[in-house]
Design a protein around this ligand. Sequence first.
Ligand code: NAD
Ligand code: UPG
Length: 451
Amino acid sequence: MAPTKVTKICCIGAGYVGGPTCAVIALKCPHITVTIVDLNQSRIDAWNSPDFQLPIFEPGLEDVVRQCRDRNLFFSTDVDKGIRDAELIFVSVNTPTKKTGVGAGSAADLNNVERATRRIAAMSTTSKIVVEKSTVPCRTAESMRTILEANSKPNCRFDILSNPEFLAEGTAIADLYNPDRVLIGSLQTPEGLDACESLKGVYANWVPSEHILTVGLWSSELTKLAANAMLAQRISSINALSAICEATGANIDEVAHAVGTDSRLGPKFLKASVGFGGSCFQKDILNLVYLSESLHLNEVAKYWRGVVDMNEWQKRRFGQKVVKELFGTITGKRIAVLGFAFKADTGDTRESAAITLIRDFQSERALVNVYDPQVPQEQIWQDLQEASPSSSLDTIQKHVTVSPSAISALYKSMNKPAFVFDGRLVFGNTERERLANIGFKVISIGRGDSI
Ligand SMILES: NC(=O)c1ccc[n+]([C@@H]2O[C@H](COP(=O)([O-])OP(=O)(O)OC[C@H]3O[C@@H](n4cnc5c(N)ncnc54)[C@H](O)[C@@H]3O)[C@@H](O)[C@H]2O)c1
Ligand SMILES: O=c1ccn([C@@H]2O[C@H](COP(=O)(O)OP(=O)(O)O[C@H]3O[C@H](CO)[C@@H](O)[C@H](O)[C@H]3O)[C@@H](O)[C@H]2O)c(=O)[nH]1
């Protein structure tokens, strides 16, 4: 049998991955009808909103949705119909770290994946290619296949592929237009390889074939965890060195630049920071830690856990540095936190270092002003409450204000000496000097030479 030429795709999960990924597929493949389904009514309403107030902020996304929506791109809460009509289904649901039960704190919670898989089995009356897009532990595809096969109807076969997503938030559209690689894992059986060819045919509409890598299912699943673990490891390595720089007078930007010119290491992902955040790095490393522990590879688990431990230390260390520089106490002092999301160009606050920092400032009874144009106020309050479950919202709001602009942090209105703490190395030497000329004392992560 020849590989199916896909014309109808359904994506289960209309979040940061499902939304942009399938919107770009719709744009690049006008002959394919793409329906993105989700149980969350308000999210789907936002995707369908007449004024394109989309549920996530991502540069370039609105333009893609404007071009395709209601042409060959549809958003719906009718999950069952989406499943029934499709030839190929992406499962792009969230897989957060488990909060309770076996593996709590490190294992991935696969409940959403299982629910979606059971729904596919229950609703399908024709054969489907089912694609794992969510980040999952190694061998999850096997569990999905077992569930699908145990519940399938006659003449209905399911082929499972792994196709992890490597986009980064803030650059998702550019990453999807021009990916370093698309990775597809399949069983190495004739049917598995045919299914792989079908999915490859979708990406081949815009991705050069040498950038589409095909591997075995388990390698594909593990590659996603490995890639994130190794990226995060670079950040923890440079952050560990930033502490040495502060203590010795070396400059972390100079060290990172010089190290990164070694072609074996390369210049990217060497920016020291207040710590990595986002919904993926910590979750996926902990997922790898749990997998290693389950395989009784305790030294391997310990090795990867170190990357997360270093990140936690870096976040705490930055908060402690602020207290130390402000003469040992920040009680009653007003601190402006510019940026609440986990990085620039996104409104996503999951695991943002700003949350830990503000929680630590609150415990010192500082007065905090938060400014982030991409993050709605309600999200900030929700995150801060989750970070300090023993404090009421009233108590938090006595210490934290959400500012509509960054103006209130201007030098003239500040107590002197006025400090700027640069936790993302956004200020180079010129900007540092300019701030110092205004009168600010500038303290940057990874630099012993405050000015
Ligand atoms: N966010 C990223 O940058 C990124 C990048 C690569 C991979 N990933 C991985 O992709 C997956 C999705 O991440 P995300 O950030 O898009 O999550 P998200 O929370 O933004 O979106 C997931 C969506 O799935 C929906 N959902 C959950 N269970 C469902 C079900 N049974 N039926 C229908 N809808 C359901 C939720 O309502 C939610 O809207 C995760 O496994 C994540 O690790 C994320
Ligand atoms: O040199 C650097 C690079 C990043 N960061 C921080 O690391 C975090 C993660 O940044 P980034 O990787 O750019 O964003 P994510 O959207 O989390 O993307 C990561 O996680 C995704 C989800 O799995 C993967 O698909 C991407 O390939 C992977 O880069 C952010 O807090 C950044 O500020 C640094 O501190 N220093």
